[in-house]
Design a protein around this ligand. Structure first.
Ligand SMILES: C[S@@+](CC[C@H](N)C(=O)[O-])C[C@H]1O[C@@H](n2cnc3c(N)ncnc32)[C@H](O)[C@@H]1O
Length: 291
C-alpha cells in the first residue's frame, strides 16, 4: 500500500469548466463523450447545444437546445466511461469489473499490476478503486493501444493514478521493480499461464491474482426452473412478482362413474429462485509463501 495523497482524490462533485470531459446523455440508448470548449457546439437530433451554456453548471444538469430539445451532462465516471469508450479490443463490462475488484480485494492505496491494458475499460475502474493514494501499472505489448489508453486516462483525469507500459508480459514478465510490491495482479492475456512465474514474484504475501479468460464466442445460458401447480390465484400468493404464467385450460379427468369429462382448471407457474449466468472464466489465487 502507498501513503495517502489527498490531491489525487477523484471527485465530480463540482461544476463544469472549459476543457472538461462530459458524457452527453441523449437517450437511454445513446451517450457520447464530449470535450467542453468555450466555442464548441454539439448538434444532434434534439437541436443545437452551445458548450458555453454548459459552463458553470453542475455535472448531471439537463440543458436545452434553442428548439427545446434536451440532453444531460454527466460526469465521466468509470461506469459510464465503460459504456462510451472506443473499443480497440474486447473489454470487460460492469458485472465482471465489479466482481474482479471485489475478489482482488482492491482498496484505496493498493498497488495493482495489469496486463493487457486493451481499451482500458477495467483499468479505469481499478484506478478509481485505488485512489487517492494507490497506483495501477498496466502493460500492453501493442504500442498503439498503450498510447491510446494513455490518452484516454489523460482525458478522464486518471493519469496520476495509472502508468501504462509497453511490454510483452507473457514473454518477459512484469518488470523487476515491482517484485514483492503488488497487492493484486490482473491478467487478461491469451496464454496467462506463461506469466504466472512472474506474478508469483510480484505479489506481496496474501496478494491476489485474477486471470480472465473469455472465449472468442461467449454464450450466456440461463437455467430457470418453474414450479407448476393447479389451482386458483388466491391459493398461491404472489408476494414477489414471480408468478410468470397464468392460464386456464380444460383438464380431462375420469369421474367417479368411470366416464371421462372436462372441467376448467387454472395452471399457475412460479419462477424458482434466481437465474445465473457469466461472460468469462475468472480464476483467483492467493499467494501463500509459508505453506
Ligand atoms: C482483451 S484485451 C484486454 C481488455 C481490457 N481488460 C479491457 O477491459 O479493456 C487483451 C490485451 O492484451 C494484449 N496482449 C496480448 N498478449 C500480450 C502480451 N504477451 N503482453 C502484453 N499484452 C498482451 C493485447 O494487445 C490486448 O490489448
Amino acid at each position: 500500500m502507498l501513503p495517502m495523497d489527498p490531491t489525487k482524490k477523484l471527485s465530480f462533485n463540482r461544476r463544469i469548466t472549459n476543457g472538461d470531459l462530459v458524457i452527453v446523455y441523449e437517450r437511454y440508448d445513446s451517450m457520447k463523450p464530449v470535450r467542453v470548449s468555450e466555442n464548441g457546439v454539439l448538434q444532434n437530433r434534439f437541436g443545437v447545444f452551445k458548450h458555453s451554456d454548459w459552463l458553470g453548471k453542475p455535472f448531471g444538469s439537463k440543458v436545452f437546445s434553442s428548439k427545446g430539445g434536451f440532453i444531460y451532462l454527466l460526469a465521466p465516471t468509470p461506469e459510464l466511461w465503460t459504456l462510451v469508450l472506443s473499443h480497440r479490443t474486447q473489454i470487460l463490462y460492469i458485472a465482471d469489473i465489479s466482481f474482479v475488484i471485489m475478489y482482488l480485494e482492491i482498496v484505496p492505496g493498493c498497488v495493482v499490476l495489469e496486463s493487457g491494458t486493451g481499451s482500458g475499460s477495467l483499468t479505469t475502474s481499478l484506478a478509481r478503486a485505488v485512489a487517492p493514494n494507490g497506483h495501477v501499472y498496466t502493460f500492453d505489448f501493442h504500442e498503439q493501444r498503450a498510447a491510446s489508453a494513455r490518452e484516454d486516462f489523460e482525458r478522464t483525469g486518471l493519469s496520476s493514478l495509472v502508468t501504462v507500459g509497453v511490454r510483452d508480459i507473457q514473454g518477459e514478465g512484469f518488470p523487476d521493480e515491482f517484485i514483492g510490491r503488488a497487492d493484486s495482479v490482473f491478467l487478461d492475456l491469451p496464454q496467462p499461464w506463461l506469466a504466472i512465474p512472474s506474478v508469483a514474484k510480484m505479489l506481496q504475501q496474501d496478494g491476489v491474482l485474477c486471470s480472465f479468460s473469455p472465449y472468442i464466442r461467449t454464450f450466456e445460458v440461463l437455467l430457470r426452473t418453474y414450479e407448476v401447480r393447479e389451482g386458483n390465484l388466491g391459493s398461491w400468493q404472489d408476494n414477489d412478482g414471480r408468478l410468470a404464467t397464468l392460464k386456464s385450460c380444460k383438464k380431462r379427468q375420469r369421474s367417479t362413474n368411470g366416464l371421462e369429462n372436462s372441467s376448467p382448471q387454472t395452471i399457475l407457474a412460479r419462477r424458482n429462485g434466481e437465474a445465473r449466468g457469466h461472460t468469462g472464466y475468472l480464476t483467483f489465487a492467493k499467494l501463500k509463501c509459508d505453506i
